[in-house]
Design a protein around this ligand. Sequence first.
Ligand code: AHR
Length: 503
Amino acid sequence: MGSEIHVHRHDPIDRIAPEIYGHFAEHLGRCIYGGIWVGEDDRVPTEDGIRLDTVDLLRELDVPVLRWPGGCFADDYHWEDGVGPREERPTRRNAFWTQGREEVPEDSNAFGTDEFMRLCDMLDTEPYLAVNVGNGTPSEGADWAEYCNYNGDTELAQRRRENGSEEPHDVTYWGVGNESWGCGGRFSPEEYAEQYRRYATYLRSVNGMLSDEEMELVAVGHIGEDWNRDFLRALRECSDWIEGPYDLMEHMSVHRYYEAGPDTEFDDEQYFKLLARSRLVAQDIDNTVDALSTYARDSDISIIVDEWGVWHPEATNTNGLEQANTVRDAVSAAGVFDDFHDRADVVSMANIAQTVNVLQCLVQTDEETAWPTPTYQVFDLYRDHMGATALRTVVDTDEHEVEDEPFDVPLVSASASEQDDEVFVTLSNRALSSETVEIDLDLDDGSVRDSAVLFDDQDVDAHSTADNAETFTAETIDVEALGGGRFAVEAPASSVVSVTLAA
Ligand code: AHR
């Protein structure tokens, strides 16, 4: 039987924050060093040490936001090591990405704050900085904010100018630590609440007084629901002599990684298991919303999924968390985006891990070239959702049962949004056979303006290399108008389809 997608044009959810299509880049393996920063290495064209082939690919995606410098690395990072003349910067251990390696990875600090801001300028993207709570101090965090955002005459603002950045960097997003319940200091929720108050108070002191830009603070959350509740309760309790403890945060973050069997040598059940587990991202969001509505009902705190994606067993410390990037991974990302759109009213940002070479990266590089992964193609195909209004979308489809998992897998996933009198529908057929999908637009009529398909004729375990990356790009697909606002498309097995309709 076929599947049906009902797009409720008259039931808008909210604007899809473009930042949902955000990215995360850490000082880990070949993400920054090698993938983005090559300095004087002249084997690839660069601008100010940043490789242009990587930048050119990312530019195509209109990257809205980039989170840096970690990840676990952020909680051992001292930003002053990475500013000023490069030859004077200290080389430090990269503590978190050392385990299991014979050689301790060292960080030359060649890529620091001003290099990161240069990258953001080149990509026209918003920077998002994670402050060191693990072994840093509140004043170190506030100084970083002053260095980045202040336009006055203080020593730190002058130092930024001397380092080549006349204008403030106007950084809006500030993460207060990273995974503070784990690699970021192993704090209990109560301990983190205390730290959070201190850091947020001093970061806030820079806001308004020193910066024209509004700063938005991100509290670390956890996918274990109790941690979020305990943190939110403790934040209230330790601030009960002050009004509005939740005014100290604009966002709460969660991270979710998932895997099922090997990166390429998986069987059919593992294919479905990965898709089932990708649904945990939506569950994490819903649980965090529940916790917020219990403790911070009157606040406007939104959710940032500031790390998400597939983490296969092949990606280990010893190989810098590198793994093959397959069609299976990309199809799972399409479903996660559909879930984000469905929650456009509560999700303000999401950052896939990680931008280049590491985990479910968008771009892979060698010493001479850079190429896009299948997941990159999903980001590209879905671009028209950015900033559009999400429309309630109901999918009537069969489910594939997955044993021992909290979720089964609907064979079709979909979402829709509207912008400038166009309705944009994206759908993925997760079945391993082709599927007839009917789209019911909930309006009298409409016409197809554009349609495209990814991964037609590709195997689910096909993965990108420098030589085959072109084969994962979108092709056109026929969409039949059935009349009365209904359309039909024959979606190939494990494919992702987009349809733009004039409405
Ligand atoms: O993305 C790799 C690591 O995963 C990050 O450093 C950390 O935040 C998470 O556990």
